[in-house]
Ligand binder design. Sequence first.
Ligand SMILES: C[S@@+](CC[C@H](N)C(=O)[O-])C[C@H]1O[C@@H](n2cnc3c(N)ncnc32)[C@H](O)[C@@H]1O
Length: 347
Amino acid sequence: MGGSNAGVIPKQKHTGNNILMKKRAGRNRTLTCTSDELSQLSKMLLTLERSVSVHDIDGKIINQDIFEVTKFLPRSFVDLLVLDPPYNLSKNYNGNLFKEREKKEYAEWFERVLSILLPFLKDTATIYVCSDWKTSMIIAPILDNIFHIQNRITWEREKGRGAKKDWKNNTEDIWFCTISKEYYFDVELVKLKKRVIAPYRTTNGKPKDWVESNNGNYRLTHPSNIWTDISVPFWSMPENTDHPTQKPEKLVAKLMLASSKEGDFVFDPFVGSGTTCVVAKKLNRRFCGVELNKEYCCWAQKRLNFAEMDKTIQGYVDGVFWERNTLKEQPKSKKATKIQLKQESLF
Ligand SMILES: C[S@@+](CC[C@H](N)C(=O)[O-])C[C@H]1O[C@@H](n2cnc3c(N)ncnc32)[C@H](O)[C@@H]1O
């Protein structure tokens, strides 16, 4: 997706009703849409007014309020639900303000979200729920009541505001839940490629559980529930948009590879900039996403269009997840470079 100035126009950042024009640096690859693109891309979005089949929504972004849409969706079609709702924080989503609420009020809102989504989940479904530490205190007992909580992943996102009288908030939670004890999980697909710090050898001099290569010494390790190998999308990455809480493709790819198979149906009711759908497309899953904000939907659709040509996911190369800051060591896919050049010539 996106070459060095792919789809870049002077930044129009909405802060409430103010639209600020912002100049971007030359290497800034943040994806945006021109007004022409917005009108073209919005024609590809769905708005539901009647009951639909799985086939009707497969591969689509629905631009609607999730509370309105659910009455039109089929039952029991979701293998993997990626739930990244507004956390209990005041946040401006391109003009739609989500206001921090009393804990009880947020709990009621979150329970309502789960109750409208439950009918769509298969008995074998997995649900990942993103959250910050404060919101986690509210949602954990609710998740525990409804699902089997299998684990809580802590993601060190390497970005957060420093504070004078507090620790910098640098982590997010991802709750791993299932409907029943019968669920799919493939650990082999999400092992982490790590540099070997202590290169032990067997008595005959062979590497012990690690591989020697021209690019260094590496070991494929079992992934733990602390994820330190993924940064938030930043402006030099082609996946970046102006969405205020965009999740990285690499993070969603891990969830998806571990907890779904090719052809499974992935649903994201708060799709934002489209990360879940884009990753699903790149990994050959069926998918559908719902989002209230039209401009976000268009960004998502534009990313999906790029994903037709470019299936690369930064940090996931040749079926392996690489630890952070190893870009130089990661093998370059010739196909990806070709696609990148092609996209650069389009803009
Ligand atoms: C935490 S963000 C999701 C970010 C997304 N995971 C990404 O990678 O870009 C939550 C999103 O939910 C959307 N949203 C809030 N209320 C909604 C509703 N009732 N129906 C649909 N979308 C909603 C917001 O506009 C926002 O984009």
